[in-house]
Design a protein around this ligand. Structure first.
Ligand SMILES: Nc1ncnc2c1ncn2[C@@H]1O[C@H](COP(=O)(O)OP(=O)(O)OP(=O)(O)O)[C@@H](O)[C@H]1O
Ligand SMILES: [Mg+2]
Length: 194
């Protein structure tokens, strides 16, 4: 599975290089990023079988990967993680990784487009719930933004995964002081070692 995904990513990359059309190339690069995110998680998961996953490790790899691909040259620093995800059931790790990738990507590409700023992923364990906040202090959501009405693919993937696979809730709102905050709450049973 992992090798297949890496092959797919490599092929898409080759194709993207040959494309002259900027939009076509951008769309392919998005697809590559999505495939790579899945491959990366798979890599970690395949080492743990069905047991709990140390999600901090996965999240840090994702942050590094998305930062590498999307951070604008002048945006200052990479996203940073505050707090610990702890051990998560393996079944949550893949959908949660996809969601994080999309939110980080948006914070860097839309929030911090052409400006410097900070992106922070903070997380804390509440009783039977994991709270994850992705915040940027960038340019903020466009006028008339609506999470449920957005016709774009990224946040639709996010909503489907959060409400379906993760059985959780998500809000994307303006941040006090400027920028955007996405808040995610997903039900999680405590796993050992916590
Ligand atoms: N952190 C953010 N800061 C500013 N605007 C944002 C942020 N996150 C989302 N948006 C706005 O919401 C829109 C929808 O986001 P969404 O991720 O669904 O689509 P996209 O990023 O434009 O395309 P893609 O399907 O490739 O993700 C964006 O086009 C952008 O205008
Ligand atoms: Mg997006």
């Amino acid at each position: 599975m992992k090798n297949n995904l890496q092959t797919v990513a490599a092929l898409l990359r080759l194709q993207a290089r040959r494309l002259e059309m900027p939009e076509g190339r951008a769309a392919l690069e998005e697809a590559i990023r999505r495939v790579r995110a899945i491959a990366l998680v798979h890599d970690t998961l395949s080492q743990t079988l069905d047991g709990p996953v140390d999600f901090d490790e996965v999240a840090d790899k994702l942050i590094e990967m998305v930062g590498e691909v999307s951070a604008q040259p002048d945006s200052g620093s990479l996203p940073r993680r505050v707090g610990s995800f702890g051990l998560l059931p393996a079944g949550l790790a893949t959908p949660l990784s996809m969601v994080l990738t999309e939110l980080l990507q948006n914070a860097l590409e839309h929030g911090l487009r052409g400006r410097s700023g900070v992106v922070e992923v903070s997380t804390r364990r509440l009783e039977n719930e994991l709270e994850i906040v992705v915040a940027d202090d960038g340019e903020g959501l466009p006028l008339g933004f609506s999470l449920t009405q957005s016709p774009r693919l990224g946040l639709q993937i996010v909503r489907t995964l959060v409400e379906g696979d993760l059985r959780g809730r998500i809000e994307v709102l303006p941040r006090a002081g400027g920028g955007t905050v996405a808040t995610l709450r997903i039900p999680v049973q405590l796993t050992g070692g916590d």
